[in-house]
Design a protein around this ligand. Sequence first.
Ligand SMILES: *Cc1c(COP(=O)(O)O)cnc(C)c1O
Length: 333
Amino acid sequence: MPLTLHIDQARWREHLRSTWNESIVPVAKGNGYGVGNARLLAEAAALGAKTVAVGTYEEVPSDPQAEVVVLTPWRPFVRTQVGPNVIHTVSRLADLVSIPARSRVVVEVQTSMRRHGIGARELRHSMLMSSLDRVRFEGWSLHFPMGAGGYAANIREAAELGRQANAVRKGPLWVSHVPATKLGDIGENVRLRMGTGLWLGDRGALTVRATVLDVHSVRRGERVGYRQRRVAGDGHILVVSGGTAHGVGMEAPTAAATVRQRTIALAKGGLDAAGMALSPFTIDGKQRWFAEPPHMQASMLYLPSSVTPPHIGDEVGVDVRFTTTLFDQIVMD
Ligand SMILES: *Cc1c(COP(=O)(O)O)cnc(C)c1O
């Protein structure tokens, strides 16, 4: 009775193909954007990617066919032995000195993100020059913010930092979060690491469905669930697949919607309504309330009597955040 991700494979692969070009480095990390890293790496290979990126050393495939860039910077406490296909990210001068000699290395330069990276001023440090000779230098890495106000600032910053870095040692620039069409504005030999835009860029190709596991009719004021809350009105309690173990309900509902919806619920006389939250499950075209916080693998929803309840075994829609959801199954339609 699963939480299922349906992938319209023709449409999904069409999006992958139309997005893909030789500059792109597909990123497969974490929960594999909901799709799973093994599947993403297979798709990357089918696209013709010769280089992919993973998040951590633990995510490096055991027998990588492509070059694999590890995005989390190398640190002296990294114990993993890696094969010749692995490219490390080094983000501190001290690590460039202590990483095993002849390691393949991309050097990360700090950007306005302020996450990892050697500061632009440190680029001229004489130790950096000499340390670069110890390793196989594979280029510079620049990681940018999401570009909420457009990507122009990221492009300007990338061009400037890229110019400074290339003055130290010429190499490919590995960037994130700039449009694929703008790489030429940054410089030559720019590679774009891309996850979300590639795998989840056409949301219409992906549909998430939960299964109705149980339906009970209830009267207003009756108590239900672990917390024995009173229901807000006559109607039905639905038990649907999808709980905290899947990542369902782990995200705070947006404040504005919650306040408004809570006000409506209160106005309608919901007894425990003030403590209710809008669920990501959609029935009859509307998002429905959790009857109580989601359980580990299922959720209890309240459906008012004005709505005909679905049948046990029916599927209902769910709106999830793909990077935090673990699906029971993935069906390629
Ligand atoms: C995760 C990550 C990416 C991919 O980000 P998306 O927003 O999913 O495209 C790119 N670069 C770095 C350094 C990352 O950690």
